[in-house]
Design a protein around this ligand. Structure first.
Ligand SMILES: [Zn+2]
Ligand SMILES: [Zn+2]
Length: 152
């Protein structure tokens, strides 16, 4: 998602956009539906402070029963861009701040969004907290039917 800076004057702006997986270089088999980005930009030169709110429905497979299901994702994160060079000195290691060349007209947030969504998608996926999973003996999906195997 590209932000055309001259469009936004000093002050606070709300920016809403739907983004396709391809635009964010995400797997379209996982992100089948558009990702909704709601941004709040507070511009006070040279600072461009973003509050990011991303919502998406991702396709996931349950770790217990292996069934596919729709996993809602929600991410909130701040992003700070500063026009100009980083201050000189040894103690500049604040990786949360992105410096860009003064006079740049466009900021591309796509990679930041991609990283946030991949992080949100990582980890365990359960179709339901109470998913009963597969029978370790016969492989039946125990959410759908009981199998003949002895319990325990
Ligand atoms: Zn499951
Ligand atoms: Zn069984």
């Amino acid at each position: 998602m590209k932000i055309h800076l001259p469009t936004y004057g000093q002050g606070v702006h709300e920016i809403n956009q739907d983004l396709e997986a391809a635009e964010l270089e995400l797997d379209p088999a996982i992100f089948e539906q558009a990702v909704h980005a709601a941004l709040r930009l507070d511009r006070h030169d040279p600072y461009f402070e973003f509050r990011i709110h991303l919502t998406a429905i991702a396709h996931a497979e349950c770790d217990r029963c292996l069934e596919g299901f729709q996993l809602p994702l929600e991410v909130r994160a701040p992003l700070l861009f500063v026009a100009g060079h980083p201050p000189k000195g040894d103690d500049v290691d604040d990786t949360d701040i992105v410096y860009f060349k003064a006079g740049t007209t466009e900021l591309d947030l796509s990679h930041d969004f991609r990283d946030l969504l991949i992080l949100a998608y990582s980890g365990k996926h359960l179709c339901d907290e109470n998913c009963k999973g597969l029978c370790p003996n016969c492989g039946a999906n125990l959410n759908e039917h009981f199998c003949e195997c002895a319990p325990n």
